[in-house]
Design a protein around this ligand. Structure first.
Ligand code: NAD
Ligand code: SAH
Length: 410
């Protein structure tokens, strides 16, 4: 165990108690798992943003019989009180708020020392350590799951290069994940963080969203709802067309740089905002990132351009340029919704973690029959989660008649 302060546990427990009623699908699974014990006798290591919804997810896995080690998946997103609450319940927890990269790495290793049968990763750091650095800790490993888009990309690259030594399921690619988590979750929580950190008005401002994927669509939609003028930058012609048809202005970053007041990157790519763009930006422009890692906005370029850097407010660093302009970077260029906020709302993580929980149970059952590679979540699980969520929301839908099924060729 490696946490900041166990006496913070009561505050963490309050946070977990607050999110539980908003996670009814996970609560239903908790009740079922207590009876069926899908993880009896298995050890699990989970590396997910260590905050209240993740803590509840860990409790559900334990209800299913798992012995769970928990760590974060980003050096800035761990919440010390939540980590303390889990540690007080006997979970093996490694993670502190504002970890250095060395500490972060040490915490991932600490959670892997559990020698898990199943891993749940978010972003691919845990997988990388287990595959490349400490394969000895994978002795018991049956399989794992991956939570996010970039993590799945990294898995496919590994599989292609022949360096993925175990089976992994791409939870991100389930409809119950990306349609809601990436779009509505990121859409809301990115703006919740920007609003909280800056305390500035969004209406009338020009917001530049880089990347019109599932996250970018959500971020643009919510910026629009807040009254912003939305500009989208893209490299994919279909996504750019879609943004244009959705009513947004599409520009290359070179031109968007001159008009933007707030820039949000969500591409999973690197160096999307570089020095030639920064050179054209307005004084007091705000830059933040919602995509993987802290490489979408080139921080080395910002540093090279700036004469001085000063912390202006919590989670806002001002980069002062020799020509008198200041560019404001939020949350050190890491995922703004998690590094400077609580991430996606509970109702959204209810869906993502329900997919995770059922996929992990499926892997506990059949994982030993799989060869190394990247697998999709079975359609049956994806559908099951949607049906459970609709029921939890009190919604019913129509059912195809036999005549309709025949007409549609089912
Ligand atoms: P996606 O693949 O659906 O979309 C990414 C889009 O970015 C694509 O349309 C692509 O064409 C575009 N793009 C790539 N390089 C670009 C560039 N240089 N300039 C402009 N556009 C570019 O992926 P997604 O599901 O939207 O995820 C995006 C990133 O956000 C990933 O890194 C993912 O891991 C991360 N993510 C973050 C959160 C969060 O909570 N902040 C949630 C889910 C996913
Ligand atoms: N290690 C990477 C992870 C990408 S984060 C990094 O730090 O850059 C993106 C993922 O965070 C999403 O797929 C989403 O499912 C997850 N996420 C968002 N809000 C969350 C929350 N409140 N709790 C746990 N995970 C969350």
């Amino acid at each position: 165990m490696n946490i900041r302060d166990i006496t913070l546990a009561p505050s963490g427990r309050d946070k977990i108690d607050w999110v539980k009623p908003a996670m009814p699908v996970l609560s239903g699974l908790e009740r079922e798992f207590r009876k069926t014990l899908p993880f009896r006798g298995l050890r699990m290591t989970i590396s997910i943003h260590l905050e209240a919804k993740t803590a509840y997810f860990a409790q559900v896995l334990r209800a299913g019989g798992a012995d769970v080690a928990v760590t974060g998946c980003n050096p800035l997103s761990t919440q010390d009180d939540v980590a303390a609450a889990l540690a007080a319940e006997g979970f093996d927890v490694c993670g502190v708020t504002g970890a250095t990269m060395e500490q972060y790495h040490e915490h991932l290793l600490g959670a892997l020392a559990h020698k898990p049968h199943l891993i749940i990763d978010d972003g691919g750091d845990l997988t990388e350590i287990l595959a490349d650095e400490r394969p000895d800790l994978a002795v018991n490993l049956i399989a794992g799951t991956e939570e996010t888009t970039t993590g799945v990309h990294r898995l496919h690259s590994r599989a292609k290069a022949g360096t993925l030594p175990f089976p992994m399921m791409a939870v991100n690619d389930a409809k119950c994940k990306y349609l809601f988590d990436n779009r509505y979750g990121t859409g809301q929580s990115v703006w919740a963080s920007i609003l909280h950190v800056t305390n500035l008005v969004i209406a009338s401002k020009t917001v530049v969203v880089a990347g019109y994927g599932w996250c970018g669509r959500g971020i643009a939609m919510r910026a629009d709802a807040l009254g912003a003028k939305v500009v989208v930058t893209e490299v994919d012609p279909h996504r750019a067309l879609e943004a244009a048809m959705d009513g947004y202005t599409v520009l290359p970053m070179e031109n968007a740089a001159e008009v933007g007041d707030i820039f949000v990157t969500a591409t999973g790519c690197r160096d999307v905002i570089r020095k030639e763009h920064m050179a054209r930006m307005k004084n007091e422009a705000i830059l933040c990132n919602a995509g993987h890692f802290d490489v979408e906005i080139s921080i080395p370029d910002l540093r090279a351009l700036a004469e001085s850097v000063r912390q202006r407010k919590p989670s806002i660093e001002g980069y002062y340029l020799p020509d008198g302009r200041v560019l404001n970077l939020l949350a050190e260029g890491r995922l703004v919704n998690l590094a400077a906020g609580n991430g996606h709302p509970a109702e959204i993580m209810d869906l993502s973690f329900a997919v995770q929980a059922l996929t992990a149970a499926h892997l506990a059952d059949i994982g030993r029959t799989l060869t190394p590679g990247v697998y999709n979540v079975p359609e049956r699980i994806d559908r099951d989660v949607a049906v459970r969520k609709l029921a939890a929301m009190g919604l019913t839908i129509d059912v195809l008649s036999s005549g309709q099924r025949a007409y549609l060729g089912f």
